[in-house]
Design a protein around this ligand. Structure first.
Ligand SMILES: [Zn+2]
Length: 164
């Protein structure tokens, strides 16, 4: 697994991932950023630990605990024992061998394991930004096509950047 962070965050990131059960195996650095490489300590579906009674908070802020862990033959075959989650609002859910791959994005905390999961928020921000760029570009070319001199919304430098 590869994680890209600012140089100044490298030390803390390595610590965080080691706390989550990953082993730091190397890095590649450029001017401002460094790519950190990790591998799971155990070769299993996941290295995240699930215990009955573990506190759970999902990324929407719902709170509950692990009420059961399945040990049926199907789970054994898949190599992952499915935890059942009982939420405080009375609903329940479970983590399958498929959804466990997204645990660090779907949950804020499981037991003592905390996850940085503003992944979706970051992705949405990136897409919004991309959409704005596309809009600016098409507005510019439309005006050009109509023989108008486009009035730039930002600085000329920004427009040049957009058109690149
Ligand atoms: Zn099962």
């Amino acid at each position: 697994m590869e994680v890209r962070v600012r140089l100044s965050d490298a030390h803390n990131t390595i610590k965080e991932y080691e706390n989550l059960g990953y082993r730091f195996i190397g890095s590649r650095q450029d001017i401002e950023y460094v790519n950190l490489f990790f591998e799971p300590k155990e070769n299993n579906v996941t290295d995240i630990k699930f215990n009955i009674g573990d506190f759970i908070e999902n990324r929407d802020g719902r709170i509950g605990y692990i009420s059961d862990i399945c040990h049926c033959d199907e789970c054994k075959k898949r190599g992952f024992f499915e935890p059942t989650i009982q939420y405080s609002d009375g609903t329940s859910d479970y983590i399958s061998n498929y959804s466990v791959k997204y645990v660090s994005k779907d949950y804020k905390q499981i037991g003592t394991q905390k996850f940085d999961n503003d992944y979706y928020e970051k992705e949405i921000e990136r897409l919004k930004h991309q959409l704005e760029m596309e809009k600016s570009k098409s507005a510019y070319w439309k005006m050009k096509a109509n023989g108008e001199e486009p009035v730039l919304m930002g600085t000329r430098e920004r427009m040049i950047h957009i058109l690149r």
